[in-house]
Ligand binder design. Structure first.
Ligand code: GTR
Length: 419
């Protein structure tokens, strides 16, 4: 038995004694994993399933049934009952909860260059300073906005765990991973912060970074992990962006690649000021359905990256079916705002098909909230963007990466939603 759904309401399809072949369920013209890639990856990592045929049967938790069994069929019931329930389930079981320790926050504009990039852009360097219990932590935000625009512009805020603060922003301008020049030409602002300055990306028993500043002495099992701390950092960047008159604060997209793509989804779920969420190749713990167990699994995530999620998430190692949520529910939390999910053909570790099914099963929430979206059940072909209402998807040829081609598709979507 596997749950699939039509364009509106989730429907259970019962096939007694028959396992649905997910590969054929994708339709003939849609993307299919390349069999050579499947074979190659399977050999490289024995014990990991890359084959669609071996995806176990599973049931997705009901997105529209609240804890007390009530069917959620109105905007009011979603906003007042079901959305808060679902976000609580993710806090408690997956990403963890932000501690309530009081803190102060300051912004220090370190520099403004009004003639950046040959005079086409203004570059601001901003320190964000968090103070609590006599200690402080500073992390850094870089913002470029186009000069030829009078009012505030839409901005893409990239969560970047990889580059160190010492990297030159001028070097970053040339990088496909953060293509500032192209964005400026298209009338978009680009912001980036180094999330590892906020919380280092290694297991240090939560002694360093923002955990060292704000955590309680004894961390409960649902205390925030590193990804939730990075998402919190994106919100503190947003606190700054809403004060900057060069930014249209109702048009800020939070963007992340891979581990930061998992983070951008959680940032968008927790902070509804983000009008758009872009999650690039986020895979397990991001857009991909945990229950499919294709590519990276919950156990593998929790073993290799024990600091990313809350401790409770480890309870679901090899017990994906007992998770009270799956990732379609996380994507549903972004509605009715704009959501872009994308994947890469060779990145089967991140389960592109599982990410698409997840999006497909989140679409009913967008429809309930009145931003009509209708994506086909089968995946689109390679390099063919799908946009419907406030949701968008593409699967790009090539490897796990964030490229200019991906950004151009994100900007095409933003043009549609915002211009
Ligand atoms: C991998 C990890 C993935 C993904 C990726 C990345 O090692 O297994 O979940 O997050 O790293 O962030 O590049």
């Amino acid at each position: 038995m596997k749950i699939i759904s039509n364009s509106g309401i989730a429907v259970a399809l019962f096939l007694i004694g028959t396992k649905i072949n997910s590969a054929s369920a994708q339709g003939d013209n849609g993307w299919h994993a390349n069999t050579i890639t499947v074979e190659k990856l399977s050999k490289e990592r024995p014990g990991i399933n890359y084959s669609e045929e071996k995806v176990p049967a599973y049931n997705l938790p009901e997105i529209f049934t609240s804890h007390n069994g009530v069917k959620v069929n109105s905007v009011d019931l979603w906003n007042k009952t079901r959305r808060p329930e679902i976000i609580e389930l993710f806090r408690k079981n997956v990403y963890g909860r932000i501690p309530e320790t009081p803190y102060q926050k300051k912004f220090k504009i370190v520099s403004i260059d009004k003639h950046a990039m040959g005079g086409t852009a203004t570059q601001k360097e901003v320190d964000i300073i968090i103070e609590a219990m006599g200690k402080s932590l500073t992390f850094h935000l870089t913002l470029f906005t186009p000069n030829d625009v009078k009012n505030g512009v839409p901005v893409f805020l990239l969560i970047d765990p990889w580059r160190s603060d010492t990297d030159s922003p001028h070097w970053k301008q040339k990088d496909e991973y953060w293509p500032v020049k192209e964005a400026i030409k298209r009338g978009y602002g680009m912001a980036v912060f180094n999330s590892s300055d906020l919380d280092p990306d290694n297991f240090d028993n939560f002694k360093n970074g923002i955990h060292g500043l704000l955590d309680q002495k004894i961390r409960p099992d649902d205390a925030w992990g590193t990804l939730a701390a990075w998402a919190w950092g994106a919100s503190r960047c947003m606190d700054y962006l809403v004060t900057d008159k060069d930014v249209a604060s109702d048009k800020v997209a939070v963007v992340g690649h891979s581990r930061a793509g998992k983070t951008s989804l959680w940032a968008g779920a927790e902070d509804t000021r983000f009008a758009m969420v872009v999650s690039n190749e986020s895979g397990a713990g991001g857009a991909a359905l945990a229950r499919r167990r294709l590519g990276e699994t919950v156990e593998r995530l929790n073993t290799i990256f024990p600091h990313w999620f809350c401790s409770n998430y480890k309870k679901y190692n090899n017990k994906e079916d007992s998770l009270p949520v799956d990732m379609h529910m996380l994507l549903g939390l972004i509605a009715p705002r704009a959501l872009y999910i994308d994947c890469a053909d060779e990145d089967l570790w991140g389960d592109p098909h599982g990410s698409y099914i997840s999006l497909y099963n989140a679409v009913p929430v967008f429809n309930l909230l009145g931003v009509n979206s209708d994506i086909p059940e089968s995946m689109p072909p390679l390099n063919k963007q799908v946009i419907s209402g406030r949701v968008a998807f593409h699967i790009r040829d090539g490897a796990h990466n964030l490229l200019l081609r991906d950004w151009n598709w994100f900007m095409d979507f933003a043009d549609k939603v915002w211009k």
